[in-house]
Design a protein around this ligand. Structure first.
Ligand SMILES: NC(=O)c1ccc[n+]([C@@H]2O[C@H](COP(=O)([O-])OP(=O)(O)OC[C@H]3O[C@@H](n4cnc5c(N)ncnc54)[C@H](OP(=O)(O)O)[C@@H]3O)[C@@H](O)[C@H]2O)c1
Length: 394
C-alpha cells in the first residue's frame, strides 16, 4: 500500500515540481494539498491524482470559486486551513512548500502529530528553530531538508560517515551560492538596478521572493542558519562560497590523517533532484557523474563572497546571532515587504538593502518566542516592516 502524503504550498514553484514527481510515485499517494489562492496552478494536476480528496485554500474568495468548479473535493478555508488539513490527514507524510512565516505552525503541528516532514519552507527553521528543537525532544517525526544545498550537505555527511570521518574532524560545512542576478553588475551601478534584472536569475528558475533573496544573498544567509539548525552545528562552522555554475551545491572540509580534504556534491541544476531525494527520505545516493559532468567539473568557477557587495548576507546572519528567531521574524517581514515594494517600483534595490541594514541595527526589546504568541509576533513584525519601509521611502 502506498503511503499517504499531503503537499502544502502545492501551487508554487517547489509545490508543482513535487506534484510532477508524485504523479509517477509508487511509494506515495497524494491525498491533500494546500495553497493560498492560485488554484488554477492545481487544476492541470487534478486529473492525475484520483486519490486527492482534501484541498485547503487560505483565501476565502478563491476557495468559494474552487468549490463551485470542483464540488467533489473536501475544501478547508481560511488562514488556518493548512492546519485543518494536517489535522485531518494526521497519518500522512507532510511536504511543506509554503512560503514565508506562515509555514512554521504547520511544521510544528506535523511534528506534534509525529508525521515525517519534507521541509522546503526554510522560514520554519530560520524563525522557529527554538520551537522546532523543543518539539523534536518528544516528537517521533523525521525532518528531511528539500533545499538543494542542505540535501547536498546531508549526502556529504552520509558519505563522510561511510568513510569513517569523525564528526569532530569536520572543519566546515559549506553551502554554495550562484551570486544571484547581480553578480556581474559593478557596485557603482547598483543604483540603477531594475526588478526585471533581479528576477533574471543566472542559473535557477524559482519564485520571485527567493529570486530577489538570491540577488541580495539574504537567501544564502538563511541557508547558513538552516544548515546550522538542521545539522546541529555552530553557526561559525557553516560557510558559503560562490559557485557560478550552481553545479556544486555544497562542500565539506574535514581532516583525514592530518590532511585537509574537500568533498563536494555535484548534481544538475534542478530542484527535482533534491525534492526526489527528500521524498526518498535519504535513500537515493549521490549523483553519478557522466562524461559531460566530468567535463563540466573542470570548468567550475568558485569565488569568496564579497561582503561589501553583498552586505545583506552578513545582516541576515548577524540578526539571527543577535536577536534569534524573533529577530528573524521581524527581519523576514521587512525583507518580504521591501521586496514587494521593490518589485512594484516603489523603492530602489539599494533602499531594499538599506531596509535590511536598518532592521539589523535598530531592532531592540523583542519578546520571547512562544508558539501561543506566534501570530501576534508575526503581526507586530508586519507592522514594524510597514514603519521601516515608510521611513526608507521618505
Ligand atoms: N523555488 C525554489 O526553487 C526554492 C528552492 C529552495 C528553497 N525554496 C523554499 O521553498 C519555499 C517555497 O518557495 P517557492 O519558490 O515554491 O514559493 P512560491 O512559488 O511563492 O509558492 C509558495 C506556495 O505557498 C502558498 N502560500 C503562500 N502563502 C500562503 C498562505 N498564507 N496560506 C497557504 N498557502 C500559502 C502559495 O499559494 P498560491 O500559489 O496560491 O499563492 C504557493 O503554493 C520557500 O520557503 C523557499 O524559500 C524554494
Amino acid at each position: 500500500m502506498r503511503k499517504p502524503i499531503i503537499v502544502l504550498g502545492a501551487t508554487g514553484s517547489i509545490g508543482t515540481q513535487c506534484l510532477d514527481i508524485l504523479q509517477f510515485s509508487l511509494e506515495y499517494e497524494l491525498i491533500g494539498v494546500s495553497l493560498n489562492s492560485r488554484f488554477e496552478n492545481l487544476e492541470p494536476y487534478l486529473f492525475y491524482f484520483d486519490s486527492l480528496k482534501y484541498v485547503a485554500i487560505s483565501n476565502k474568495e478563491a476557495a468559494e470559486k474552487f468549490k463551485k468548479l470542483h464540488p467533489s473535493y473536501v475544501v478547508f478555508t481560511g488562514e488556518d486551513s493548512s492546519l485543518a488539513l494536517i489535522k485531518e490527514c494526521n497519518k500522512a507524510d507532510v511536504f511543506n512548500a509554503l512560503i514565508g512565516n506562515c509555514g512554521l505552525r504547520p511544521t510544528l503541528l506535523a511534528m506534534r502529530q509525529n508525521q515525517d516532514i519534507m521541509l522546503s519552507n526554510k522560514e520554519s527553521l530560520v524563525i522557529g528553530s527554538s520551537l522546532i528543537k523543543e518539539e523534536a525532544k518528544t516528537s517521533k517525526s523525521h525532518l528531511y531538508p528539500v533545499d538543494s544545498e542542505h540535501v547536498a550537505l546531508a549526502k556529504l555527511i552520509k558519505e563522510a560517515s561511510e568513510r569513517h570521518v569523525d564528526e569532530k574532524n569536520i572543519l566546515k560545512y559549506i553551502v554554495t551560492a550562484s551570486g544571484g542576478a547581480l553578480r556581474d553588475v559593478k557596485k557603482e551601478d547598483l543604483t540603477q538596478v531594475t526588478p526585471e534584472q533581479v528576477l533574471h536569475h543566472p542559473t535557477w528558475a524559482m519564485g520571485s521572493k527567493i529570486t530577489c533573496d538570491s540577488a541580495t544573498l539574504v537567501n544564502k544567509g538563511y541557508e547558513v542558519i538552516e544548515a546550522s539548525v538542521l545539522f546541529d552545528v555552530p553557526l561559525d562552522k557553516v560557510g558559503a562560497v560562490i559557485c557560478r555554475e550552481s553545479l556544486v551545491h555544497a562542500q565539506l572540509r574535514y581532516l583525514e590523517d592530518g590532511k585537509e580534504v574537500l568533498l563536494q556534491e555535484y548534481s544538475p541544476v534542478s530542484m527535482k533532484v533534491p525534492i526526489a531525494y527528500a521524498l526518498s527520505k535519504g535513500e537515493l545516493g549521490m549523483h553519478k557523474d557522466n562524461q559531460e559532468d566530468l567535463a563540466n567539473i573542470q570548468k567550475l568557477h568558485f569565488a569568496d563572497i564579497d561582503y561589501d557587495f553583498y552586505p545583506a548576507f552578513m545582516y541576515t546572519i548577524k540578526t539571527f546571532e543577535k536577536f534569534g528567531n524573533v529577530g528573524m521574524i521581524y527581519y523576514n517581514a521587512v525583507d518580504t515587504l521591501a521586496i514587494d515594494h521593490f518589485l512594484h517600483h516603489k523603492i530602489s534595490y539599494l533602499q531594499l538593502i538599506e531596509a535590511l541594514g536598518y532592521t539589523y541595527t535598530h531592532l531592540h526589546d523583542l519578546p520571547v518566542l512562544r508558539e501561543e504568541h506566534l501570530q501576534d509576533i508575526i503581526k507586530a513584525a508586519e507592522d514594524y516592516a510597514r514603519e521601516v519601509i515608510a521611513l526608507i521611502e521618505q
